[in-house]
Design a protein around this ligand. Sequence first.
Ligand code: ADP
Ligand code: MG
Length: 364
Amino acid sequence: MSVVLKTTGLAKRFGDITAVGGIDLTVNRGEYFIVLGPSGAGKTTLLKMVAGLIEPDSGSIEIEGRSVDNLPPERRNIAFLSQEYSLFPHMTVWENTVFGPMMMGWSEREMHSIGVEMLNMVHLFDRKDAYPTELSGGMQQRNALARALARTAGLLLLDEPLRALDARLRLSLRWELRKLSTALKITTLHVTHDQEEAMSIADRIMVIRKGRIIQVGTPDELYNQPATPFVANFLGQANFIEGTIISSGDVTMIKDLYGREFRAPPSSFKEGERVVAAIKTERMRISEEMAENTIEFEVVRRMFLGRFVDYTLKSAEGEKFYMKVPHTVDLLEPGQKVPVRMPERNLMVFGYPEKGLKEELRVE
Ligand code: ADP
Ligand code: MG
């Protein structure tokens, strides 16, 4: 497997702010790699350093095995779709799209074929003679995306490429983007704050926060084996129980702040250690009776979300929990009391976060 992009200790500060705090990143050939982080995490800064548009304070970048630290953007063999993409206002959709291939001296036939393919992908072929000012914001973004893709560079850099699009189009473009990058064997580094987007198309995801790497892995690994409570909550949504370890070994026994006891999978925490147990909202189970790992809740709020129903629950102690249930399950009514079980195997136990749980979960 060959490496297309490798950054080592890449860092950038703006005054007191560490935008990127030393990032080691490896993207393999053909990979669709997503950097996921809340706004302000340093995604754009990272991407612009790779593109050669921001000079790092320290660290190095290799593209296709060669150092590009001293190369200008146009010599890095990259295509970059920036967050503040700009189309050439005096060019039509078509001219904007085939601009890269034209500059690279492609033949008319090659240019025509890539132009048609890209504009079909972004559903803009019928607007090919329009000028940017005649397009909606979403259309301009799709045009900019088509232009970046048509450059067919060794490395495609995308900064929130689906941001300004309406929900339906965003979903369909997600898939087409992924399909196309596989078909054209493009290596892609895509940054986004949208966890669903990341989960649905990435081969691998790097979660960053405040310029630092929290975890790197496949969508499945990040979802099922989050390294921190932040990741557990950022990919999907989770509920948290704070407590201390009663015993560990084959079963981890936790006593929470209200004296309730919970069983969790084996761990190596020590008796008395302060921990946080997390459970994804869709792994809570409506129960018939009070039993192990069960809390009685009152249903506070019900929200229909397509195939799922989202419940907000409140315990007698006043805690708020969230539960996501397939629409096929009998509905609960607001005001109703219901025992909800947190199955042992679905609990994930973490050491108590250094700066407290609230700060750990905060999305900037
Ligand atoms: P993201 O793309 O993840 O939202 P950015 O890379 O744009 O994050 O920004 C990371 C941090 O660096 C933020 O706190 C942002 O305010 C700060 N920052 C980015 N660019 C500049 C700049 N040119 N001057 C000062 N601060 C900046
Ligand atoms: Mg950004």
